[in-house]
Design a protein. Structure first.
Length: 337
């Protein structure tokens, strides 16, 4: 039997006092577009998960009114069953605005980090917060989740202890300390990312699924705030967005149907771009490799490129071989169905 890999846990840092870096990132999330120099034209679907049925109400009313007997009415119900169609799965909106919910962005960044950790000396840095969704054996090619498993096989191919739960114990893993878990608020908070004049369009997939999607090049903006972090942990957050050496990250996968490939559509290839990093007036000074970012100040442009490079470097130094560098889009492209 495979032995269970332990999750490295410790007491979360205090939430009730300020100690460390406190600030905010202003971030853009954009679906890739060849017109913008990206590798593909990619649509994005971030849905509510609610499936709607489409019925011709006027016709239904007419039919129901024409039914004189119970059996005629039953016939109407039967016909109706044949006529009901799946309506387009909506893209998320909030107060009429097209948005990618903060919870979805958080889930995306967190999952990428969880899946980027591999064990060292019998311990792994992170639990899998939604472990029930993760298969332990590689699903056969073509079955649900097989691409996900292949892409992240190094971090999914072993059994680990169950997810942290702060209502049950007093220790949590690194990512639960940063992003929160049951009974523990995270130190990193994600606001909703609001679409910048995104014009949703409808696509019909060969599977019969119908989706409302944001077309290639669609951009969404939002903020990510952080409290009481160390410099390398800010670097890890950036790493989780696919940033390496510039404020513009490399292509990563996001949202629903991101692993599937169709002849005419690519889904969920996006890039994160950090436009600004600001430190709160009551933050510690950020002093790394000759860079001094004072509390209350902000960094953008080429200075931010350099800061990203330095912070990501610190995260890599801290975590060493435990932190994988998986090019998920590249791996997906190379997978054959
Ligand atoms: Zn955990």
């Amino acid at each position: 039997m495979q032995s269970l890999v332990k999750v490295k846990r410790s007491q979360p840092r205090p939430r009730d006092r300020l100690d460390g870096l406190v600030g905010r990132l202003t971030v853009r999330l954009r679906s890739c577009s060849r017109a913008l120099g990206d590798p593909s034209d990619s649509y994005l679907h971030v849905g509510t998960g609610v499936l709607r049925l489409k019925v011709d109400e006027a016709r239904l009313k007419r039919l129901a009114e024409s039914a004189r007997t119970k059996s005629q009415l039953m016939k109407v119900v039967e016909d109706l069953g044949r006529e009901i169609q799946l309506d387009y799965a909506d893209f998320t909106t909030v107060r009429g605005l097209v948005v990618v919910p903060g919870a979805s962005v958080k889930g995306n960044v967190r999952a990428r980090l969880e899946l980027s950790f591999v064990p060292s000396s019998g311990y792994v840095r992170s639990c899998l917060i939604r472990a029930s969704e993760e298969p332990l054996e590689p699903p056969p090619s073509g079955q649900h989740g097989w691409r996900h498993f292949r892409i992240w096989s190094e971090s999914l191919g072993f059994a680990r202890e169950s997810a942290c739960d702060y209502t049950e114990g007093d220790e949590v893993c690194l990512l639960c300390d940063l992003f929160g878990t049951a009974g523990l608020e995270g130190l990193i908070a994600f606001a909703d990312f609001v679409g910048d004049q995104v014009r949703l369009t409808s696509v019909d997939l060969p599977t019969g699924e119908k989706l409302r999607v944001a077309p290639p090049g669609s951009a969404f903006s939002g903020t990510i705030t952080f409290t009481n972090l160390k410099a390398w942990e800010v670097g890890l957050l950036l790493y989780g967005m696919g940033l390496r050496s510039l404020r513009l990250g490399r292509p990563v996968l996001f949202g629903k149907v991101k692993y599937r490939r169709y002849p005419n559509y690519v889904f969920g290839v996006v890039r994160y771009e950090v436009e600004r990093l600001e430190l709160a007036p009551f933050s510690q000074m950020l002093e790394v490799e000759g860079l001094r970012i004072r509390p209350g100040s902000r960094v953008k442009g080429e200075d931010l490129d350099k800061l990203v490079r330095v912070l990501v470097g610190l995260a890599r130094d801290e975590l060493g071989k435990e932190l994988l560098d998986v090019d998920e889009v590249g791996r997906l492209e190379r997978l054959k169905a």
